[in-house]
Ligand binder design. Structure first.
Ligand code: AMP
Ligand code: MG
Length: 334
């Protein structure tokens, strides 16, 4: 009899947990921004929210792609050698942000490397090792300091003819941020966005009734795995707990590359040499609340390797590096 009250409470609480269904889960996948994008959203209105988020990602892809005729970036690349080219406020802002990140990273991140990336063609059928002469000549057309930006008219000018910009490494982050904002505007309280292994989250993961009873809570934080660079996708070396509005972004040398005579040639370019970056690491993960900056910083962190732990740690929440021997190094001080 003494325990009847407690038994009743337990039965009552368990009953509530079992009656409450977790919010509906909706998922959508599309190939955009040169990568596979999967967004999972929970709760009422998730379908509409997903459709709107994907429309926005597609719009950003069409606007910022350096490889689509008619995109704002293609217009700039075609015409900015001949004089100032006026662009939209949105495109101007992201170019300005990219240049600011170039300054903050001592030039490690540089959107003017497109002519060099095209020469290597990594990730395309035309991938090859260019001659040193070709690289040196092409490097003369690169360098963010050769971009002239006119704030008042939102115009861009290339100080050296035949320069070209590629915002690929930052536009993905901008698209992730915009997608997250749109999901939130649609009332979504819980979502996970996966952009080719780069993740952003809203809120917490809703749990099934049984998991909820086990956890003593209706939700738990999302957990994001950091890929083992030597194993197939999904094999993780470390797990990170993602808090609300957090971006977990990885740049590595294990997805876009080709191998010749035992040497790996990958897609992140050392802006000083024009060759794929050699910094003794296999991947750099940046954890941050600023999606666009985070994507750019992960590229810079990959190029800088261990130096990034000092140089870039004040610009984000955490940097996690996986070196060539699969050792994990982090900027976290605790
Ligand atoms: P990610 O894999 O996200 O780091 O993106 C790298 C992409 O950015 C490449 O596909 C290139 O188009 C471009 N890229 C390569 N090297 C650099 C660099 N040093 N700074 C900025 N963008 C780069
Ligand atoms: Mg990146």
């Amino acid at each position: 009899m003494k325990y009847a009250k407690y038994i009743l409470i337990v039965v009552f609480v368990t009953g509530i947990f079992l009656c409450l269904k977790p919010p509906v889960k909706k998922q959508k996948t599309e190939y955009l921004l040169d990568t596979v994008i999967t967004v999972t959203a929970y709760g009422k209105g998730a379908n509409i929210a997903l459709d709107e988020a994907f429309s926005e990602i597609k719009r950003i892809d069409d606007t910022f792609s350096a490889y689509k005729d008619g995109s704002e970036i293609s217009k700039i690349n075609k015409n900015a050698s001949g004089g100032f080219v006026k662009t939209t406020e949105e495109v101007f802002s992201l170019i300005k942000k990219a240049v600011l990140i170039s300054e903050k990273t001592n030039g490690a991140f540089d959107i003017t490397l497109k002519p060099i990336s095209d020469l290597w063609g990594i990730g395309t059928e035309n991938a090859r090792i260019p001659d040193e002469d070709e690289i040196d000549k092409t490097l003369e057309k690169c360098g963010y300091k050769n971009l002239e930006l006119d704030e008042e008219t939102h115009s861009i000018f290339f100080k050296i003819p035949n320069m070209a910009i590629d915002l690929g490494a930052i536009a993905k982050g901008y698209a992730s941020s915009r997608a997250l904002d749109i999901l939130k505007e649609n009332g979504i309280k819980s979502a996970l966005l996966d952009l080719g292994g780069n993740v952003a989250v809203i809120g917490n993961l809703p749990l099934s009734p049984f998991e909820a009873i086990k956890n003593g809570s209706f939700t738990r934080p999302f957990k994001v795995g950091i890929q083992n660079p030597l194993e197939s996708r999904g094999n993780v070396l470390k797990t990170v707990t993602a808090s609300d509005n957090m971006f977990i972004i990885t740049s590595g040398n294990y997805e876009r590359y080709f191998e010749k005579d035992g040497i790996i040639y990958h897609h992140i370019i050392d802006p000083k040499t024009g060759y794929p970056a050699k910094s003794g690491i296999k991947s750099a993960t940046v954890i941050t609340k600023d999606g666009a900056e985070g994507y750019a910083l992960s590229t810079a962190a990959f190029f800088l390797g261990e130096k990034s732990l000092d140089l870039l740690s004040s610009l984000c929440e955490e940097i996690i590096l996986i070196d060539d021997n699969l050792n994990i190094k982090t900027s976290r001080k605790d």
